[in-house]
Design a protein. Sequence first.
Length: 241
Amino acid sequence: MTDRRPAGRSAEQGFTLVEVMVALLIFAMIASAGVAILSFSIRAQAATGARLDDQAAIARTVSALTADLAQATPRAARDEAGRLRPAFVGEPGEMLFTRGGWTNLDATARPNLQKVLWRLSGQTLVRIGYPEVDGAQPLAQTPMLDRVSALVVRYRYAGAWSDRWDGAGGIALPQALELRLTRTDGTSWRMMALVGTGFGPGGIRVPGPKASTPEGAPTTPPSMPRGEPAPLAPPGGQNGV
């Protein structure tokens, strides 16, 4: 048999150094592309998850706030110091009112009324409940929505808007309110809600308690007679409605 290999080449010869380096370079490029794609996929998944969590937090906040406002009741309450406060108090950055329909799942000795406080604490919108309507210390606050830079609420009664609500003129509850919330990233959203209608999320009516006041407290009419103007600021508040 004749050996046809070129002269000077042995049967043991492999790849040259240049060929090995080229192969390693190609492998490194493919590996780098794979790592970049995997990293992008992980970041996209994390961003999507954070976005979905934020949307869920907004939905929970709107649902809880709408339910609280719908079940607001004209029940004046006393604060921790025993001072009588109006049934609904709206001040910049917070709302304090009494709501009905507080479900008693564990059948504890408590009323079905609950005093609740919605407040912007730092950059977090929180909900604070009270175990008793009169004179009780608040429970631990529940964070509802974070990264909130501004909270503006306006209250409507008989066609007039006001930036505050304190039950002036014997009107316990506003008819509706507008809430504008701005996030730290510059995005904002607006919601309108009826007050004291008894209708919760989904249009379900929740029976509410009858109006009552603490023992010894002066009574005031829950609403103005039909046709009389409300003693509130004239239209054209913050947004000139």
